[in-house]
Design a protein around this ligand. Structure first.
Ligand SMILES: *[C@@H]1O[C@H](CO)[C@@H](O)[C@H](O)[C@H]1NC(C)=O
Ligand SMILES: *[C@@H]1O[C@H](CO)[C@@H](O)[C@H](O)[C@H]1NC(C)=O
Ligand SMILES: *[C@@H]1O[C@H](CO)[C@@H](O)[C@H](O)[C@H]1NC(C)=O
Ligand SMILES: *[C@@H]1O[C@H](CO)[C@@H](O)[C@H](O)[C@H]1NC(C)=O
Ligand SMILES: *[C@@H]1O[C@H](CO)[C@@H](O)[C@H](O)[C@H]1NC(C)=O
Ligand SMILES: *[C@@H]1O[C@H](CO)[C@@H](O)[C@H](O)[C@H]1NC(C)=O
Length: 473
């Protein structure tokens, strides 16, 4: 059939798929698990249903030792319902998700240290493992004010994603408010990237076998992009606080349609709302400004990072006028980038470039764009629409230190229940005795070692109604 297609027919076919793609197809992941931890009811956020993990839910995914659910003491205005409940783990526990679609998966963990009269979530300290990956160590759940969402991308070749929560010590506990496990589109992480190693550019192989933690996801020149406006439910924050020198920078906004093309950056790589805004350098006369636009991102040392830069020429009046240089950590990473050429000569068509880079001793990653020797007067001389900075796992497959997953698990030796049960009973007795003594001494909240009833919530009738109405809608 392919040979029968005239070039006219072929371009019609292209146009047809293009229109179809642009207008109606939205990404629907094969594996799509959303968990509302510690809640007895499901909760809907941006049209996505987070399923309760209570033991009476048919689909809880939770297989664990000792856990209980906790509710925020007060309503947290403006926050989605998923941040009003948490599941607390007193011993290593795991969620298990079956994988139907092997390959890159996104895992998001939501934490919110809300206030509760039963337990101070600020006293938590724990490790999180995702399959063999060390995702978090000695973690306490972020700050008190805002929920923290931590996103990982990892390659899953097994039949399951297992997320383990391991308290740092027996006297600590772990918690989580919500979990997302989503299979990513195949084009989200490719096999190779350019490794910017000093002044050398090398090929980095096996990119899609690495595990990543998203450190920064920034939309340049535009307002925050929320999960509602992103086909992979990501958040893109504005670039203002990372822009180092704004002298000579102009913001630009584009009201037309972003032209996604087959084989180019897809809407899942970056949504319209990221590509339709940018900052740029523009020359108003014949002389080309001698400036760069530079952004700085603090990172922890001793890791490699994937730097993904998003470009879309939404500012040039015609093709073939925009040439610029791209620098990563002050090294020339892409010389004379010609956006017309890399987008098959179409304006407003997105393009992205992946660079792997070492953090270096300074603890910052810088990205810059600036005029190149091919830049021309009276035109746009550099542009950037978005940046993502992803931390890559180290040689022990960790994103959080040098202790491998096996060692973290060994801190909790498996003993036979025969010995354990009397020990636990004794420990509980001693602890509750000391609890009574302590309570008398001070009013401080104590760690609830006594078994708490699972899935009984401090829900006021109003909240219960709210949750119910969430289910109905
Ligand atoms: C939690 O309690 C602390 C003091 O106990 C208070 O400063 C903080 O604002 C409270 N947080 C919320 C979200 O209510
Ligand atoms: C957690 O912190 C303690 C004390 O700072 C340290 O000894 C331990 O190695 C850390 N655990 C991990 C897994 O990094
Ligand atoms: C989604 O994007 C549109 C503009 O593209 C904006 O008007 C709207 O407020 C955004 N919605 C949310 C929930 O962010
Ligand atoms: C071009 O414009 C800049 C300011 O926009 C000015 O500083 C510069 O002198 C001008 N150059 C010429 C050749 O007119
Ligand atoms: C732009 O940045 C690169 C890399 O840091 C540097 O070599 C170049 O001199 C800079 N250009 C200007 C005009 O500052
Ligand atoms: C990440 O982990 C994988 C699997 O253990 C390993 O092959 C790879 O080299 C690690 N990445 C880095 C940058 O060390």
């Amino acid at each position: 059939m392919g040979t029968l297609l005239s070039s006219h027919g072929f371009s019609l076919f292209l146009l047809w798929t293009f229109t179809l793609y642009g207008l109606c197809l939205s990404f629907s992941p094969i594996d799509n698990y959303l968990i509302n931890s510690g809640a007895s009811l499901d909760s809907v956020v941006d049209n996505r249903r987070f399923i309760s993990d209570s033991s009476n839910s048919p689909d809880s995914h939770l297989s664990s030792g000792r856990t209980f659910s906790l509710c925020a003491g007060t309503l947290l205005p403006g926050l989605p319902q998923i941040y009003h409940t948490a599941r607390v783990f007193n011993s290593p526990s795991k969620y298990v998700f079956n994988v139907k679609d092997p390959g890159t998966h996104m895992v998001r963990l939501h934490f919110h240290r809300f206030n509760s009269s039963r337990l101070d979530l600020g006293n938590s300290r724990f490790h999180v493992l995702v399959n063999g990956l060390v995702a978090l160590t000695n973690f306490s759940g972020g700050d008190f004010v805002n929920p923290k969402v931590i996103e990982y991308l990892l390659c899953v070749n097994s039949e399951k994603v297992e997320i383990r929560f391991v308290p740092a010590k027996k006297s600590n506990f772990a918690f989580v408010n919500a979990i997302e496990v989503i299979s990513a589109p195949k084009d989200l992480v490719l096999e190779t990237a350019q490794y910017v190693n000093g002044d050398k550019i090398e090929e980095f192989q096996g990119l899609n076998k690495q595990a990543f933690e998203t450190m920064y996801r920034v939309t340049v020149g535009g307002p925050k992009v929320t999960p509602f406006n992103d086909s992979l439910w990501r958040t893109w924050i504005p670039d203002d606080e990372y822009l180092k020198l704004s002298e000579g920078s102009n913001k630009v906004y584009f009201g037309g349609r972003i032209k996604y093309q087959d084989g180019g950056a897809s809407r899942e790589v970056g949504p319209d709302n990221v590509y339709d805004s940018a900052r740029l350098i523009r020359s108003k006369n014949a002389s080309i400004p001698n400036v760069n636009l530079t952004w700085e991102f603090p990172v922890s040392e001793d890791y490699k990072y994937l730097v993904r830069m998003h470009f879309c020429d939404i500012a040039s009046i015609s093709l073939g006028l925009l040439y610029f240089n791209v620098y990563v950590n002050e090294h020339l990473a892409y010389k004379d980038l010609d956006l017309s050429d890399v987008t098959n000569y179409m304006l407003a068509s997105p393009f992205y470039a992946d660079f792997v880079v070492d953090a270096g001793r300074s603890g910052v990653i810088t990205v810059s764009v600036g005029p190149s020797s091919k830049s021309m007067g009276y035109t746009v001389d550099a542009i950037l629409n978005g940046v993502e900075i992803m931390k890559m796992n180290n040689s022990v497959y960790s994103l959080a230190g040098k202790v491998p997953a096996e060692l973290i698990m060994k801190c909790w030796p498996r003993r036979t229940l025969g010995i354990l049960l009397p020990l636990i009973a004794l420990a509980c007795l001693l602890l509750s005795l000391s609890a009574i003594v302590h309570r008398r001494k001070s009013n401080a909240e104590l760690f609830p070692w006594s078994k708490l009833p699972t899935d009984i919530h401090e829900i006021s009738p109003k909240q219960a109604k709210l949750q119910l109405s969430n289910i109905v809608t």
